[in-house]
Design a protein around this ligand. Structure first.
Ligand code: GRF
Length: 228
């Protein structure tokens, strides 16, 4: 056997001996983005630095062709898909569903995804779609009042522009929440959550930036919780 043949033989033997579990990720995730994708980056970094063993980003989807998130995916050689979001949600979802099946996706992570799925689509993935929301949501996702760690109460902000809503409300604490997606927008059971103090003179940009710093940890923590 030549040296080459020998090393090929060794490689093949090693591949055969490697347990099947270590070859296939236990959790294949699809990350859906609409913008900068800094939370996608946090997941990529965590996987690359082995903080999320067994987790693989099997697909990145963006509804915006020019989303920075798509570039991040391509830079890291991840399968990336631009899925234009037209007027008919059912039509787009009917395209997305077989793609998710093809890529054998176990968990869908909405990381800055700015589109709302139909209840029918969500029903296909019970407790398998999670969303990152830049505000505090109660444990069960329900209700309009949140009690913060210091015992004060703040309104629950759902939907768009929640950083601005928190600033406009003049409250002292906001935060971010990762929750399971249910048909009611931003109202699913919480996986993890962290508070962020609002500082005197905060601008929307400055506060959102601090919330994002927290989110980059939270999204990783949420995926880790789901794997164990
Ligand atoms: C995050 O603040 C997330 O909570 C919200 O959109 C933002 C996405 O940021 N839904 P990025 O695209 O991950 O940088």
């Amino acid at each position: 056997m030549s040296d080459n043949e020998h090393s090929n033989f060794e490689q093949t033997t090693q591949q055969k001996e490697r347990p099947v579990e270590s070859q296939k990720a236990r959790l294949r995730i699809a990350v859906l983005v609409s913008g900068s994708g800094s939370n996608l980056q946090a997941l990529i970094d965590a996987i690359e630095s082995r903080e999320l063993p067994g987790v693989e980003i099997a697909l990145v989807v963006s509804n915006k062709a020019n989303a920075m998130g798509l570039q991040r995916a391509l830079t890291h050689k991840l399968p990336a898909l631009y899925l234009p979001w037209g007027m008919d949600r059912l039509e787009v979802e009917a395209k997305l569903t077989p793609i998710l099946q093809l890529f054998q996706i176990d968990l869908i992570v909405l990381a800055g995804w700015m589109r709302i799925f139909t209840p029918g689509f969500i029903a296909q993935y019970p407790q398998r779609i999670i969303n990152l929301h830049p505000a505090l949501l109660p444990d069960d996702g329900q209700g309009n009042i949140f009690t913060t760690s210091d015992g004060s109460t703040v309104p629950v902000f759902r939907g768009l522009h929640v950083i601005k809503k928190a600033l406009d409300a003049g409250i002292k604490v906001t935060g971010s929440t990762v929750h399971y997606v249910t048909p009611e927008v931003d109202a699913g059971p919480v996986i993890c959550r962290e508070e962020v103090a609002i500082e005197e003179g905060d601008t929307e940009e400055a506060l959102h930036e601090r919330v994002k710093q927290v989110e980059h940890r939270l999204i990783v923590e949420a995926v880790r919780k789901i794997t164990i």
